[in-house]
Design a protein around this ligand. Structure first.
Ligand code: M6R
Length: 623
């Protein structure tokens, strides 16, 4: 939610800041702005709309300054508009601030500041920061920012620039991401590591509650309370982190296509001969493993669906009760956990505010927390006891695809590692699982080698009535067992990419009310990968067909029965999206791929902005 960038160095700041904003725009794209300092003048340009709109606007001016800050916004307080765009300035126009997060006590701060005569130019919570700094500024910008952050409640990452300090930027973070990249003679600031990988591999990470005064050759880190902190830069050598489309029209398609590589990388060095698993950061002592009585999965959105799959896998392989919770609900319902509870928190970005808050809650109750994340150095890695990385590489499209596949792989590896300790899986089964995991990349590739039938389905589903309205506007996704979370994921992908209303149901629930919605205009996508409950699922499909709803299926290549049950749309050869056969625990991985493609092509057919859907942002750092 919101991306922030900063630069000080020998180069012109504007091109670097704009490059940073372009790369960060997946974090929010309601408006964008920059502030550049040159000759004691702060030039601020900000515009409603995507970064491209700002790029058009700045061509009207010249900027030579070598220090500046920039922001791309996902609106929380105040509508997307020019005046609510960042940077925000104080009354004197000397101080400018960019902010990611939410200032929860902004209303009382604003009232107090207004009473003191401060004039506000926007409806945002963020603007109070600039005025608070102004109040406390007595010639020392670092101290003024310190006094301001001490009065702010909420989550924030900020970068502050001031006319009076032409060689300095001040940054501060509390529960929101911010990284500092350093070279010999320049300093970069960004919300994410990948934004800066073109420029440096040397990074400083502030902990929550820390701030830094930055000028070339002088980096001073301290806690909000003023205690100095010594930190060594870390080298991030993360080839896969680079943000580039590599010839693809959209990041989403590129990321879908990367999935065979993602599976290989996520397994590399972790799955050993005979199905043994070694996880480099899995440092839980063996005697603790014997004490685990319960497992909690904690996540949001797509990562939550990975948790739902994990529930099946962990319970099957370990016979330990597993509960999966939406992180946003978990923290407010006083969950029952103790030191014998293992919490697995899943987050692609590692920055999702709800998930981070859930982890704090779990740790406060004595549970141990393993994080599964994709982003090196993200906040979750500092909050959790242990971190296992997904190695998917930077995921830029707002819709999560490759990270979801990698999350499932990591969960499977953790389940195998725990069952290794418990001795809960027979050797033969272990070999079968290992073989199936090894086969996955080639199997995923075989699905990706044949997009056309799925593209044809998406085209058919995007047909319009004579009056120009889409014929199909409500979709159902149905599955049982491990197919049910994939139904949820397929529906979420379709909703966010193509703005089609899509609902997912456990197929057995259809008859308890939801079937009332079915008509010949309600396409239903059924998943049929779980053999144990196949007959029940077929009965549910027949119930749908009897209501004349158009049906499409995801099924195994060798499933000869389904094609005769599900008739093709006119002009198409089949309504069945085929996947190679695998073991039931890994079927969700393969079944996800056609649904990702269906969502992608549906979005394209309906002219949607696939990589940056309306109202969304990649990383949700507000509650
Ligand atoms: O970074 P996280 O995995 O914690 O993000 C969780 C959700 O915000 C995320 O999965 C979201 O639902 C995606 N847009 C789904 O495609």
């Amino acid at each position: 939610m919101c991306g922030i960038v900063g630069y000080i160095g020998p180069k012109e700041a504007m091109p670097l800041l704009m490059e940073g904003l372009n790369k960060l725009s997946y974090r929010g794209y309601d408006s964008a702005g920059v502030a550049i300092l040159e000759n004691q003048e702060l030039q601020v340009v900000k515009k409603k709309g995507k970064v491209a709109v700002l790029a058009g606007e700045i061509t009207k001016y010249t900027f030579g300054g070598k220090i500046g800050i920039a922001h791309t916004r996902w609106a929380t307080h105040g509508e997307p508009s020019d005046r609510n765009s960042h940077p925000h300035a104080d009354c004197s126009g000397k101080i400018a601030v960019v902010h990611n997060g939410i200032i929860e006590n902004y209303s009382s701060l604003k009232k107090h500041l207004q009473e003191k005569g401060h004039k506000f130019a926007s409806e945002t919570d963020s603007e109070v920061i600039a005025h608070l700094i102004e109040v406390h500024y007595k010639g020392n910008l670092e101290e003024a920012v310190r006094q301001a952050v001490l009065r702010m409640i909420g989550a924030f990452a900020i970068v502050v620039i001031s006319k009076d300090h032409p060689n300095q930027l001040i940054v501060a973070r509390q529960d929101c991401p911010l990284v500092i990249g350093i070279n010999d003679n320049e300093i970069f600031i960004a919300s994410d590591i990948p934004v800066l990988l073109e420029h440096t591999q040397k990074f400083l990470f502030l902990d929550s509650g820390e701030m830094a005064a930055l000028s070339v050759g002088d980096v001073r880190i301290s806690t909000f309370n003023g205690n100095r902190v010594q930190k060594l830069p870390q080298i991030i050598n993360w080839e896969q982190g680079k943000i580039e489309k590599a010839g693809y029209e959209h990041f989403m398609l590129k990321e879908i296509e990367e999935q065979p590589r993602v599976v290989r990388d996520t397994l590399r060095g972790r799955l050993l001969a005979g199905g043994l698993v070694e996880l480099e950061d899995f440092a839980l002592p063996e005697d603790y493993l014997s004490q685990i009585k319960r497992i909690y999965m904690l996540a949001c959105g797509t990562a939550y669906h990975a948790g739902l799959i994990g529930e099946h896998i962990f319970e099957d392989l370990l016979r330990i009760p597993v509960e999966v919770d939406l992180a946003s609900e978990f923290r407010y319902r006083d969950p029952i956990l103790d030191e014998n509870t293992l919490v697995i928190a899943i987050s692609q970005s590692g920055e999702t505010a709800d998930t981070l808050a859930g982890i704090k809650e779990a740790k406060a109750k004595g549970a141990k927390v393993i994080a599964i994340t994709n982003v090196i150095g993200s906040s979750i890695t500092r909050e959790a006891d242990h971190t296992i990385y997904t190695r998917a590489g930077a995921e830029i499209a707002v819709a999560s695809t490759k990270a979801f596949i990698a999350q499932q792989i990591v969960m499977f590896l953790i389940a195998l590692r725990l069952s290794q300790h418990a001795g809960s899986i027979a050797g033969g089964v272990l070999h079968e699982i290992a073989q199936a995991l090894h086969d996955l990349p080639v199997q995923i590739q075989s699905i990706l080698d044949n997009h056309q039938p799925i593209r044809d389905l998406a085209k058919h589903l995007a047909q319009q009535n004579p009056c120009g309205h889409y014929k199909y506007n409500d979709f159902f996704f149905l599955g049982r067992g491990l197919d049910e979370p994939i139904a949820r994921e397929g529906a979420l992908k379709l909703r966010e990419i193509s703005y089609i209303h899509a609902a997912a149901y456990a197929a057995g629930e259809l008859k308890h009310g939801n079937i009332a919605l079915l008509t010949s205009q309600t396409p239903v996508i059924v998943l049929l990968t779980q053999e144990r409950i196949r007959e029940k699922m077929i009965s549910n499909i027949m119930e749908v067909i009897a209501r004349e709803a158009p049906v499409m299926a995801v099924a195994y290549e060798d499933d000869n029965e389904i094609a005769s049950i599900v008739p093709p749309f006119s002009g198409l050869s089949s309504n069945v999206m085929r996947i190679p056969r695998t073991i039931s625990w890994l079927a969700p991985i393969l079944a996800t791929i056609p649904l990702q493609l269906l969502a992608y092509y549906s979005g394209l057919e309906r002219g949607c902005d696939v990589d940056q859907p309306r109202n969304l942002a990649k990383s949700v750092t507000v509650e």
